[in-house]
Design a protein around this ligand. Structure first.
Ligand code: NAD
Length: 256
């Protein structure tokens, strides 16, 4: 048990199950002394999220579809009631239609493009907007991105576009919120076998290439990402904002 987040309270968006990156971050945050709240997308996922939340001592487990502004508003209203203020937000949410991750990129539908952008990029803006009024000074917001934002990765298609937008949103938000002493950063994780990743064709090939070509020659885990998130969520990163931190064993520098 550490104390890097001792006395801090935060909400985690994006736990679907115990393989979720958000869960790796939540476990690390609890280990470092944080008090946590969780959101879940729907009733099916609530059944998975609630026991996980309980296992890290959290009773604040709230519904939230990030496409719905009133859901987001209700989450932060509840957190304000329960805690008064919050210190951090973990945004670990993305979605695209399976069809838009196959096919050719120019065949992406208008609806599919908008959906991927709404859930995977705009939602950071919407969540931040409702979080800010209840955030304490020194607050930290962390989102999850992927190398596909910066370069073409096979089968990532519309998600690459959404992640590029997400990273641009991180920079905009960082500039906006810097004067309020609120920091906004992204972690660009290497490929990890999760529910969301199962929507990407040939994901196994991506994992195989990663293991062979990343400088550290091993796959990234949700624990690896969790520990980097602790740095960004804690006061250790008090002068760090608007950045993308790669947790990918250096893969991004070997694939240009
Ligand atoms: P995951 O499936 O465990 O998590 C994705 C989460 O998004 C789920 O909890 C899901 O419920 C949530 N979600 C989807 N639509 C939503 C909506 N409308 N409202 C609220 N929540 C919604 O998969 P993961 O891999 O842990 O993904 C978490 C984040 O990490 C995503 O942003 C993903 O793009 C990113 N990421 C994943 C990898 C990887 O290889 N797995 C690599 C880099 C970045």
């Amino acid at each position: 048990m550490g104390n890097l987040l001792k006395g801090k309270r935060g909400v985690v968006f994006g736990v679907a199950n115990n393989r979720s990156i958000a869960w790796g971050i939540a476990q690390a945050a609890q280990r470092e002394g944080a008090e946590l709240a969780f959101t879940y997308l729907n009733e099916a996922l609530e059944k998975r999220v609630r026991p996980l939340a309980e296992s890290v001592g959290s009773e604040l487990v709230l519904p939230c579809d990030v496409q719905n502004d009133s859901d987001i508003e209700a989450v932060f209203a509840k957190l304000k009631d329960a805690w008064g203020g919050i210190d951090f937000v973990v945004h670990s949410v993305a979605y695209a239609n399976a069809d838009d991750l196959k096919g050719r990129f120019h065949e992406t539908s208008r609806e599919g493009f908008a959906l991927a952008m709404d859930v995977s990029a705009y939602s950071l803006v919407a969540v931040t907007n409702k979080a800010v009024p209840v955030m304490n000074k020194g607050g930290s917001i962390v989102t999850l991105t992927y190398l596909g934002a910066a370069q073409v990765v096979p089968h990532y298609r519309v998600m690459g576009v959404a992640k590029a937008a997400l990273e641009a949103c991180v920079r905009e938000l960082a500039v906006d919120l810097g004067p309020d002493s609120i920091r906004v950063n992204a972690i660009s994780a290497g490929p990890i076998k999760t529910l969301a990743a199962s929507g990407i064709s040939d994901f196994r090939d991506l994992l195989g290439a990663f293991e062979v070509r990343s400088p550290l020659r091993k796959l990234v885990t949700i624990e690896d990402v969790g520990d980097t998130a602790i740095y960004l969520l804690s006061d250790l990163a008090r002068a760090v904002t608007g950045e993308v931190h790669y947790v990918d064993g250096g893969f991004n520098i070997t694939t240009a």
